[in-house]
Write a protein that binds this ligand. Structure first.
Ligand SMILES: Nc1ncnc2c1ncn2[C@@H]1O[C@H](COP(=O)(O)OP(=O)(O)OP(=O)(O)O)[C@@H](O)[C@H]1O
Length: 343
């Protein structure tokens, strides 16, 4: 990517995360590289099972017991997150990097008021006194658009959208530089999705933070992100500014995703064309391009040889043997029939 390294908040290189299975293992993230510039929202997008959550969560080490980071680097503010001890990582969590989970219902404690949960972060993690914690809680509620009087409420007293706002308040409590948001609006209806995304965008601008947004929905990326990283089967297949990747995708998978989702801004009109088939089993991925079995443009080299990432324009990378022909492929990819033929 052609952003000066001093403008990068996070630079992930060749990250590998493996899950141990009862028999063998599965490389959920298999050499992923991408960057998060300072003060930007980066969308990590791809279908379910592509390794987005695993990659994002590995950065905070909030990963399953059977998961292991088996390679790569994640340089954040000059230090490699992969090499940190648990204690060092613990010190960074909340203060420098925080997480907004997919379902706030699962992450908020149902038996504690939200103020008690904010206190846990502000007082225990942030070392604040009672008065300061109270003032900060009120400020955070104001920032995310909830009346301060509701601090004494329990999670079940909030709607789904409000709970997500509480989760955002928690994530912002100690002024982190990077917020990782894992499908933060997936469980919400489109109107509430837009409201939450607008709030996140406003806060990101106001606070100058960066957000790594994990989503399966390319319309969320189009709505809120500055840059996007497209993941397929554990690998990054395209990365670039959102306008470039959506207007001039270089990888057929990104072309297909663009056709498959309604536009969030126009509340869903137009014909949607799904990508047929499903991502490969990551315990035994195909040897060549992992998208080849579903790609309408696959040639024999695509089946045999894994393409490397290549710059197709300044700051725009794609991992496709045919990226040199992207303009012509995009033209064909715009026709629904292209995606209907059996691969
Ligand atoms: N604890 C686990 N043990 C074994 N395999 C796992 C585990 N968690 C995830 N996986 C597998 O790792 C791969 C990547 O999953 P991951 O959740 O990171 O993908 P994702 O793109 O975020 O999808 P989703 O949006 O469905 O969470 C999938 O094949 C998934 O089945």
């Amino acid at each position: 990517m052609n952003v000066p390294t001093t403008d990068l908040l996070l630079s992930v290189r060749d990250l590998k995360v493996t899950y141990a299975l009862p028999k063998g293992s599965l490389n959920a993230v298999d050499g992923a590289s991408f960057d998060v510039p300072k003060g930007s929202i980066v969308g990590l997008v791809g279908e379910s099972g592509c390794g987005k959550s695993t990659a994002a969560r590995a950065l905070t080490r909030v990963i399953a017991d059977n998961a292991k980071i088996t390679g790569g680097q994640a340089i954040f503010g000059g230090q490699d997150l992969v090499g940190l001890t648990d204690r060092q990582m613990n010190a960074l969590r909340w203060r420098d990097i925080s997480l907004v989970p997919q379902s706030a219902m699962n992450s908020l404690d149902p038996v504690c008021t939200v103020e008690a949960q904010l206190n846990e972060v502000l007082r225990k993690r942030g070392g604040m006194g009672r008065r300061d914690a109270r003032m900060r809680s009120e400020e955070l509620f104001e920032m995310v658009g909830i009346e301060r009087g509701r601090l004494a409420d329990y999670p079940h007293q909030f709607s789904g959208g409000m709970r997500q706002r509480v989760a955002i308040a928690l994530a912002l409590a100690l002024n982190p530089r990077l917020v990782i948001a894992d499908e933060p609006v997936t469980a919400l209806d489109v109107i509430v999705q837009r409201q939450i995304l607008d709030t996140l965008r406003d806060l990101q601008r106001e606070l100058g933070i960066s957000i790594l947004m994990v989503t399966h929905d390319i319309s969320v990326v189009a709505y809120i992100c500055d840059r996007t990283v497209v993941m397929y089967a554990g690998q990054v297949v395209e990365e670039g500014a959102v306008a470039d990747v959506l207007d001039r995708p270089g990888h057929p998978y990104a072309m297909g995703l663009r056709n498959a989702f309604p536009d969030l801004a126009s509340a869903g009109s137009g014909v949607l064309t799904p990508i047929r088939g499903a991502p490969p089993n990551l315990a035994a991925p195909p040897p060549g391009c992992r998208f080849a079995p579903r790609c309408p443009f696959a040639e024999s080299r695509c089946v045999d040889e894994l393409p490397g990432p290549a710059a197709i324009a300044p700051g725009h990378i794609a991992r496709c043997h045919r990226s040199g022909e992207a303009q012509a492929l995009r033209h064909t990819a715009g026709t629904p029939e292209t995606w209907m033929a059996e691969a």
